[in-house]
Write a protein that binds this ligand. Structure first.
Ligand SMILES: O=C(O)C1=C[C@@H](OP(=O)(O)O)[C@@H](O)[C@H](O)C1
Ligand SMILES: C=C(OP(=O)(O)O)C(=O)O
Length: 448
């Protein structure tokens, strides 16, 4: 959906203290999975706190097209009446996943072992992203895929009529690839095994177990070995989606760099496979505390309290932490520019195949606002100028990427002069209340 509209230029002005409570929306990864697994269960799954951003709404629409009944009861309360594993109907329209890599890749996996075909497309950003990383392992089940050159969307997937279970070692650190294979494995008789060398977010494993699938996870010398027994009857669930740590990153980082700030971000999912940014910020010297730590719906949750942190220092971010903070590097680079010394971020090649090439997009915008950035194929570094010392005054391209747009809006809050983006429209894919929420804390973000 994003990328089809008129660009929405935005400007973020240097501002005074950010204070108050930031109730960020539900977790995007868990929201997609709630709808997809709900559609594959028998009976009605009830979801509260669903992220109502464009990416997830596109997945809801897709689940309807595959035959599930998806009802919006208002206020983040949704119900999904599922058709059972293997029960997807053939859609009679092209499935448009908008801007969402997670949506398209997980849905391709979920339908890949059903005897149906479906054609997928997306916006100008999604149609550039690599899909072979998903269609290669799906071919092992007997699934066929025909897309544009380079394995790009639009693409038609012909589901395997007689799927066989697979054993697959994921060659890139990607929860989307892992999850696509597991979802396909649901309708393959026998045991599907997925091996990942580096742990990536494990929401699929946790939620599959919650829905009653037989799934085991073992840490071995080979890596994490996930074994799923196919053809279960998934039981409908009652799911309370925790708030998204990747969205929390924006008010948290804005508070750290804005003098006098003290912001509470309640109820944030702190699954260790997602919390790498907060560990990194604390290592840099951020005044960031976890309050009221608890378990909700099987996921660790806490209230985050972020206070202005004038003495943060650049660090070398351990490459092995990359998967646990992969979506947070853009906003981390903004904090790094407000720290003293250099921040080195390595092992981050995956950033080049997100909604944009995120190293390139951030490097351009940081440089346009007076920050020095160096980059290589799978690393980049940012030279910190110290708090309040970013000149600002530049206009950054967001390249249809919500995280790039929001990161530059955060940068403007702590810069000497305003920072603009050419298009803040994509923010609605993951954080539709970003502008009113940041305004309620005291930020000044205008549509220009
Ligand atoms: O599985 C998921 O929900 C996601 C996995 C990550 O992508 P990759 O699996 O491509 O790393 C992440 O960047 C994306 O925002 C959400
Ligand atoms: C990479 C992201 O999403 P997706 O891959 O689902 O488009 C993101 O939200 O930062």
């Amino acid at each position: 959906m994003s990328g089809h509209g008129t660009p929405i230029p935005m400007t973020s002005h240097p501002c005074g203290p950010l204070t108050g409570t930031a109730e960020v929306p539900g977790d995007k990864s868990i929201s997609h999975r709630s709808l997809i697994l709900g559609a594959m269960a028998v009976g009605e799954t009830k979801i509260s706190g669903l992220l109502e951003g464009e990416d997830v709404l596109d997945t809801a629409k897709a689940m309807r097209a595959f035959g599930a009944e998806v009802t919006d009861h208002g206020n983040g309360e949704w119900a999904v009446h599922g058709v059972g594993v293997g029960g997807f109907a053939e859609p009679d329209q092209v499935i448009d996943c908008g801007n969402s890599g997670t949506g398209v890749r997980l849905i391709m996996g979920a339908m890949a072992t059903c005897p149906i075909s479906a054609t997928f497309t997306g916006d100008a950003s999604l149609n550039k992203r690599p899909m072979a990383r998903v269609t290669d392992p799906l071919a092992l089940f007997g699934t066929q895929a025909v897309g544009r050159s380079g394995g790009r969307l639009p693409m038609t997937i012909v589901g395997a009529a007689e799927p066989v279970p697979v054993r697959y070692e994921v060659p890139v650190p990607s929860a989307q690839v892992k999850s696509a294979v597991l979802l396909a494995g649901l309708n393959a008789p026998g045991k599907t095994v997925v091996i990942e060398k580096e742990a990536t977010r494990d929401h699929s494993e946790r939620m599959l177990a919650g829905f009653g699938a037989d799934v085991t996870v073992e840490d071995t010398d080979e890596g994490r070995v996930i074994t799923l027994t196919g053809r279960p009857e998934l039981k409908p669930q009652v799911i309370a989606v925790p708030r998204d740590p990747s969205s929390a990153a924006f008010p948290v980082c804005a508070a750290l760099i804005t003098p006098g700030s003290d912001v509470l971000v309640p109820g944030i999912g702190l699954n260790p496979t997602r919390a790498g940014l907060f560990t990194t910020l604390r290592e840099m010297g951020a005044d960031l505390t976890y309050e009221n730590e608890r378990i909700e719906g099987g996921e660790p949750v806490a209230d985050l309290r972020a206070r202005f942190s004038p003495d943060m220092k650049g660090i070398e971010v351990p490459p092995e932490r990359a998967a646990s903070m992969i979506d947070e590097y853009p906003v981390l680079s903004v904090v790094a520019a407000n720290a003293s010394g250099t921040t080195m971020m390595g092992g981050v090649k995956e950033l080049r195949v997100k909604e944009s090439d995120r190293i390139d997009a951030m490097a351009r915008g940081l440089r346009a606002n007076g920050v020095t950035v160096e980059e290589g194929d799978d690393w980049w570094s940012v030279d910190g100028l110290g708090i309040g010392r970013i000149p600002g005054g530049g206009t950054c391209e967001s390249f249809l990427d919500h995280r790039i747009a929001m990161s530059f809006m955060v940068m403007g809050m702590g810069a000497k002069t305003p920072v603009s983006v050419d298009d803040g429209g994509p923010i609605a894919t993951s954080f539709p209340i970003f502008e009113p929420l940041m305004a309620s804390l005291g930020a000044r973000v205008d549509r220009t």
